[in-house]
Structure formats: structure tokens, C-alpha cells
Design a binder for this molecule. Structure first.
Ligand code: SAM
Ligand code: SF4
Length: 554
């Protein structure tokens, strides 16, 4: 950590010290008067982390994530961050209080102004949709924070309301306009902006349907957001960013991550696959991959900040093509990310079956830090429907990919997406989708009723399926999967699994987290603080959607 500049989110202020949010740390930094009274609260600062102080802290518990650094024995106290405690007095068996030398963080290189509210620059950001949207919002928030805007918790407290939207299905898009109506009532004098897929899809028409909106910006134009906001501040009433023929990716100096332990990283944006039903190629533009070195740099920075799990994102994450001279393959990138010191789990989603090769399975076999979970959307079990969907693989080719995954040396869980009621889907076609569930034995299925979308090829197809039939087919998928999943989870009884703890229940001694196969497990433990740590848990009970367990003791 020493000397490495990092961005931290400043969460609270004690009598004299700022408290950054570096992975749940309780460490304070900097003296208030060092900043001439500047308000760091809820702002981001570029900090230089220095080992310049040592003081005692009470460690309530010790996780098993020790790693050597600076030549000393280092262990992660689960109550604090996993990079701040250096101790050579560590008692390996102990769960008792130990005295530790602590790396403290001092603001030695504040490079920006913080929380500059001179222009009433407060924003409220609501996000709807997939993980990519969640992560886009984290980057948009970081971009605005770096320009001096301040994020607030309620629309009422904001000068500017931004709504990051989804248009993958009709219901999602409808929701946007009712939400915009609510925002209008809650703040007549505010700047209201629509971001994301609905912005790109509806474009200028949003101004007609919701004239109180003043900013419409698709995801390919996020880099230009500060300039667009400056135009609004200068009095311009309507500003748009709707280009999506870019070859650039959206990278930010600061990302305001919501989760203190699991970090998202988009490695490939847009999509070139052109599935007949899908708006993504239209709303997110062409495929463009981020350079491998820039990805690895960010992963290293995340590890320094205490993140131990990263999730690489892309609509077709495994179609990644390194644009730099290294020309790193996706599977090679996975292995390099896993090598970064401090990273314990690497996830990736979503994989497209056509680009899924044996090298990915071999990488998972080789490197335990690569999580044993693959999300591989099939969409339909019928080759005829897959052709109509333009999915670029047949049922048999898809099943070959499943066989590849099942041939791995360690069990890998597989989840999928299915669309029922695509135009022309007969009872026989649907029966093939049901039998796909039997053959593939998925660990999770996300089922959707086909929803016709603007700007997609399938909009022109005849032979629509009624809503009633779509509903019946979806219910049949869900019931079949319920039986399969219940049996698969039951087979895990008695196993001991590593769980990354992300939730503390209101019930005493109850925690929950994810296994590497991405199953949710609730468990009991007498430990006082486990959030953000890894715990070995024995499975004692199971249901369809989750497992139940007890902390395993040696
Ligand atoms: N890129 C991923 C892939 O290749 O499967 C999927 C991305 S999409 C955001 C997530 C899921 O939404 C898809 O896998 C599909 O099942 C579903 N979806 C997309 N368009 C849809 C539509 N028009 N109607 C119903 N479901 C749809
Ligand atoms: Fe949409 Fe198909 Fe691209 Fe996935 S692969 S984002 S479903 S077009």
C-alpha cells in the first residue's frame, strides 16, 4: 500500500479525523485542519497511503486470509480492512485481542476539490436493470464526484435527478415513464436526466412524453456527461448524448462502488451478436473491449483497497478481444486477474455459448480463484427457434459446451436464461426447451416471456404467442427447474464450502453469503463480526433457492 495513491470514499467525520470507506475500515486519516476546512464528507479524494503511524487496535476475530507483505506477517482482521494490519505479534491460533502496527492513511496529495457545491451540484442517481447498469451508475457517480458534484440519498435533497434505465423488456421500459412522472411531482425546479438503454432507444421522443426532462444520454455517451451537465448549468434546456457508433470504452478515474467487497469491472461493452429479439446492440452499440493492462491496473488498485472479489462484466464477456499489443485471450486474462495479490475470487458474466471454448474450463480447473460458476444463456432448447432467434448455435452445439463444462475436474455450476413464447414457438419446440432442463441440469434458470422490442428484427415476425400461453410455459419451466434445483441443492448436504460473508441477519448469530458456485447460504456463527470475510460452512439444510449451514470448526 505504501505510497500508492488511492481513491477513497469519505464516509464520516469523527471529532478530528476523516473516516474513509476502504473496505469497511474503521481507520481514520488526516487531521481536519490539513484541508483548510474543506469538506471531504461524501467526497472522493486522491490519497497517498503511507505507513507513517502505528497504534493499537483491538482485533476481534481473524480471518484466514493471511498474506505476506512488506516482509512481515500480515493477517486480515475480519472487522477491519484486509490491508491495514501488519503484525508480527500475531498469534496464529488466537481469536484474542492483539496489538498491531497499523498502516494509516494520510492525505498527502489531495488532487481535487471535494464536494464543491457552489453550483448546487448535488445529484441523486437511481438505477434500474442489470449488473452492467449498476456498474455504469457506479462509474457515472465517480465521474460526477471527481468533478465536484456531491451524491445525495434522496431526490428531494438533489439539484439533479438522474435515472439510469433498462429497456430489455417492455415492462421495464414502461416503468421509466411512470417513474419520471413521480420525479416531476417531487421537484419542479430540478434537472431531470434519463440515462441508459431507454435514453438511447427513445432518444428525443422522451422530451415529448416527459417535457420536464432536460437530459437524455445513452451509455456510449457517458464520457461526455460533465460537458452536457455544464451546458445545462449554462441555461441550455435540452441536452442529448445519443451517439453509439463509438469504438471507445467508458473508463473513469474514480468509480464510486456501492459494495465494499465485490467489485464489478466492465471489460467489454456493447454487443455485435444481433439476436433477433434483443435491443442491446441498438442501445449499447458495437462491441468494444478494454485493454488488458488497464483492466489489470484497476484490479490491482481494487485489491489494494481491500476488494477480494472481482466480477468481470460484458454482455458477451467471453467475446473479449484485447485491443492492445498483448492480444491476451479471455481465458489468459482470467488467469492474470486471479494472480493479483489480494484477489481471492474472480467471476465473469455473461458468456455467449458460441464463443465458449475449452480454454475457459481449463483455466477454471487450473486456478481455484476462478469461481466455479458459468452463466451460459441457452434461450431455447429447439434448434428451429434458436435459428429464428439468430443465436448462432444449435441445440447439439450448446449441449457440447455443457459437456465441456461437466468434464472439468471440479464441479462447475451452470445457470442460464430462457425466453418462452418467441414467435413461432410450437408445443414441440417448447417441449425441447423443457427437455434441455433435464439434460443440462442447471443450478439456476432465469425465465422470461418474450417481449417484442423496438428496433429488433423479431418485431416483424408473425405468429405471435398469446400472453396466456407464454404465462403457462413460463410456469412449467419454473416448476421443472424447482424440482431439479431442489435435488441439486439437497445433494450438497454435509459438504463444507467457503462462503464470502456479505450479510448479517437481524437474527442473532445469523449470517449469509455466497459460495464460489454463487449459491446463497445462510449460516450461524458465534463470531461477532464476519462481514467481508471468508468462512468455512457446513451445509445442514437446503431449499430450492438457497442453502443453510453452520460455521465449520476444525
Ligand atoms: N448477453 C446475454 C446473452 O447473450 O444471453 C444476455 C443479455 S440480456 C440483458 C439478459 C436476458 O434477457 C437474455 O439472456 C434474454 O433471456 C432476456 N431477453 C433479452 N431480450 C428479451 C426480450 N425481447 N424478451 C424477453 N426476454 C429478453
Ligand atoms: Fe442481446 Fe444476443 Fe447480444 Fe446477448 S448476445 S446482448 S442477447 S444481442
Amino acid at each position: 500500500m505504501e505510497g500508492i495513491p488511492n481513491y477513497v470514499f469519505v464516509r464520516s467525520l469523527t471529532a478530528s479525523r476523516w473516516r474513509p470507506r476502504i473496505s469497511n475500515t474503521s481507520l481514520g486519516f488526516g487531521e481536519r485542519d490539513q484541508h483548510n476546512g474543506a469538506d471531504l464528507l461524501e467526497g472522493y479524494g486522491r490519497l497517498r497511503i503511507q505507513m507513517n503511524k502505528a497504534f493499537d487496535i483491538g482485533v476481534e476475530s481473524l480471518s484466514a486470509s493471511g498474506r505476506a507483505d512488506n516482509g512481515g506477517l500480515e493477517r486480515s482482521p475480519s472487522v477491519h480492512t484486509n490491508h491495514i494490519v501488519h503484525s508480527n505479534k500475531f498469534d496464529a491460533s488466537g481469536k484474542t485481542t492483539v496489538d498491531c502496527g497499523v498502516v494509516s492513511a494520510d492525505v498527502t496529495a489531495a488532487s481535487r476539490s471535494f464536494g464543491d457545491t457552489a453550483n448546487g451540484g448535488t445529484f441523486f442517481l437511481e438505477t434500474f436493470g442489470c449488473q452492467m447498469n449498476d456498474h455504469d451508475s457506479e462509474k457515472v457517480a465517480g465521474l460526477l464526484l471527481s468533478r465536484g458534484y456531491r451524491q445525495v440519498e434522496t431526490p428531494e435533497a438533489a439539484r439533479m435527478i438522474l435515472y439510469n434505465t433498462c429497456s430489455i423488456r417492455e415492462k421495464a421500459a414502461q416503468k421509466v415513464f411512470s417513474r419520471l412522472g413521480e420525479y416531476r411531482e417531487r421537484g419542479a425546479d430540478k434537472i431531470i436526466g434519463v440515462l441508459g438503454c431507454v435514453a438511447q432507444q427513445e432518444g428525443q421522443d422522451i422530451f415529448k412524453r416527459a417535457p420536464w426532462v432536460s437530459l437524455v444520454c445513452g451509455s456510449a455517451s457517458y464520457r461526455k456527461l460533465p460537458e452536457m451537465l455544464a451546458e445545462l448549468e449554462a441555461g441550455n434546456k435540452r441536452v442529448t448524448g445519443l451517439d453509439n457508433d463509438t469504438d471507445e470504452t467508458f473508463e473513469t478515474e474514480i468509480t464510486r462502488r456501492d459494495n465494499p467487497w465485490r467489485a464489478y469491472l466492465t471489460i467489454i461493452e456493447g454487443c455485435d451478436k444481433a439476436c433477433a429479439y434483443c435491443v442491446v446492440p441498438h442501445t449499447r452499440g458495437p462491441e468494444r473491449s478494454r485493454g488488458s493492462e488497464s483492466i489489470l491496473r484497476e484490479v490491482r488498485q481494487l485489491a489494494e483497497l481491500g476488494y477480494s472479489e472481482v466480477q468481470l462484466l460484458g454482455q458477451t464477456v467471453n467475446s473479449y478481444v484485447d485491443p492492445t499489443a498483448r492480444r491476451m485471450k479471455f481465458s489468459e486474462l482470467l488467469l492474470e486477474v486471479a494472480q493479483v495479490a489480494g484477489i481471492r475470487r474472480v467471476r465473469f458474466t455473461t458468456s455467449h455459448p458460441r464463443d465458449f471454448g475449452v480454454d475457459i474450463v481449463e483455466a477454471i480447473d487450473r486456478e481455484p480463484k476462478l469461481c466455479d460458476h458459468i452463466h451460459l444463456p441457452v434461450q431455447s432448447g429447439s434448434t428451429k427457434v434458436l435459428r429464428a432467434m439468430a443465436r448462432t448455435y444449435t441445440r447439439e452445439e450448446y449441449l457440447e459446451k455443457i459437456a465441456l463444462i461437466r468434464s472439468a475436474r471440479r464441479p462447475i455450476s451452470i445457470t442460464t436464461d430462457i425466453i418462452v413464447g418467441f414467435p413461432g414457438e410450437t408445443d414441440e419446440d417448447f417441449a425441447e426447451t423443457l427437455s434441455m432442463l433435464d439434460e443440462a441440469q442447471y443450478d439456476g434458470v432465469f425465465g422470461f416471456k418474450y417481449s417484442p422490442r423496438p428496433n429488433t428484427p423479431s418485431l416483424a415476425l408473425n405468429d405471435p404467442i398469446s400472453e396466456e400461453i407464454k404465462g403457462q410455459r413460463l410456469a412449467m419451466i419454473q416448476e421443472k427447474q424447482r424440482v431439479i434445483q431442489t435435488a441439486r441443492n439437497l445433494a450438497m448436504l454435509g459438504q463444507e464450502l467457503d462462503v464470502f460473508v456479505s450479510n448479517k441477519s437481524r437474527r442473532e448469530n445469523q449470517w449469509s453469503g455466497h459460495t464460489t458456485s454463487n449459491r446463497v447460504i445462510s449460516f450461524s456463527s458465534q463470531e461477532k463480526e464476519l462481514l467481508g470475510s471468508y468462512v468455512r460452512v457446513k451445509v445442514t439444510d437446503s431449499g430450492t433457492g438457497s442453502l443453510v449451514g453452520l460455521e465449520a470448526r476444525d
